[in-house]
Ligand binder design. Structure first.
Ligand code: LMR
Length: 329
């Protein structure tokens, strides 16, 4: 008991910090829901390393992967309450703030990684980042993961009617829900960290995700079929609590900004490669049946889903729909 008292004594704590020269150290908690070996997991680590180095150890970013602190449905509120200082939710989940974010979720919105970058670095990305100001959130960057694929146990997915009647786990996004409804499939919005469990129990037949998420969370072990469909984008917006940001010195802001720019460049270079490499690992480690959509099949999906661009215009906005259509051409 006596020992415990000494350990918890505030003066003793202060002394320890001074000893280590860490008295003024700034600590930022960065939480995310994916595994470390993913585009987001590695970008978070890189950012923490860069910040530490650039600040000579004065700023420390503590990373909490795999939803250790907050699940994806909790993290936005936790950030607003400054319980955590940085998060990087998938943009799909920002639909809870504004349905305009759904523009990035539209089916086959981006034909390739170059188009994703053009969209995020251009006016679509800027418009969405600015919309965060009224939420008192500071948008720092977009990090890319890649394209979503389908996995299922019920049967191979080649053409739209193959998913009819199947149940899929999707992210918290009504825009995504409407895509499954359009094809007469059932979509259940669930946190990322219970997807494995839901697949295991058979509560859902399948899910849609990037190859790095399918690989790192071992969904491929529970699924018989994987379709390389590239039917939707999955990427992140890195967010900071606005008041926390405002309270920092110019020097700290400069360090965080520079580290974020370098990390984002790194992410842009590596995201595609990581997804390609992890597809190879899935092939090597499992007997999951893989089908890549032919151009003819892809056309069928686009014909079936394209009406959503007009249907969802009232909630996404004419301006954003026009811009995303331009990018597709
Ligand atoms: C998901 O919920 O499937 C993804 O958003 C997880 C992630 O953050 O990549």
């Amino acid at each position: 008991l006596v020992g415990m008292k000494i350990f918890l004594h505030p003066k003793k704590l202060a002394y320890d910090y001074e000893q280590e020269g860490l008295k003024d150290q700034i600590v930022l908690k960065f939480g995310h829901v994916v595994a470390e070996n993913t585009p987001k997991g590695l970008a978070a680590k890189k950012f923490a390393e860069l910040v530490y180095k650039k600040s000579d150890g004065k700023i420390r970013v503590e990373i909490f992967p795999n939803g250790m602190l907050y699940s994806d449905i909790e993290e936005i509120n936790a950030l607003k309450e400054n319980k955590i200082q940085i998060i990087a939710p998938s943009t799909s989940k920002l639909g809870t703030l504004s349905s305009r974010w759904g523009v990035l979720d539209l089916p086959f919105a981006f034909p390739n990684y170059e188009a994703i970058q053009a969209g995020l670095n251009g006016s679509i990305g800027n418009t969405l980042l600015q919309s965060l100001e009224k939420e008192h959130l500071k948008g720092l960057a977009y990090w890319i993961n890649g394209f979503k694929q389908f996995t299922s146990n019920k049967g191979p997915i080649r053409i739209p009617k193959d998913i009819k009647g199947q149940t899929f786990r999707i992210m918290q996004s009504n825009i995504l829900k409407s895509q499954f409804e359009q094809l007469h499939a059932k979509a259940i919005q669930q946190p990322f960290d219970i997807t494995f469990q839901s697949l295991q129990s058979g509560k859902i037949d399948g899910e849609e995700n990037t190859l790095t998420n399918i690989y790192s969370k071992k969904f491929y072990n529970l699924q018989k079929y994987l379709t390389i469909s590239n039917h939707g984008y999955l990427g992140y917006v890195v967010l900071m609590n606005q008041s926390f940001w405002n309270a920092q010195t110019d020097q700290t802001k400069k360090i965080l900004t520079e580290a974020m720019i370098e990390t984002t460049e790194w992410n842009e270079k590596h995201a595609k490669k990581m997804n390609e490499e992890q597809l190879k690992l899935i092939q090597k480690k499992s007997s999951i049946q893989i089908h890549e959509l032919t151009n003819e099949e892809k056309k069928q999906w686009m014909i079936a889903l394209d009406p959503l661009y007009d249907k969802l215009e009232p909630i996404i906005g004419k301006d954003l729909i026009r811009e995303i259509k331009n990018l597709r051409e």
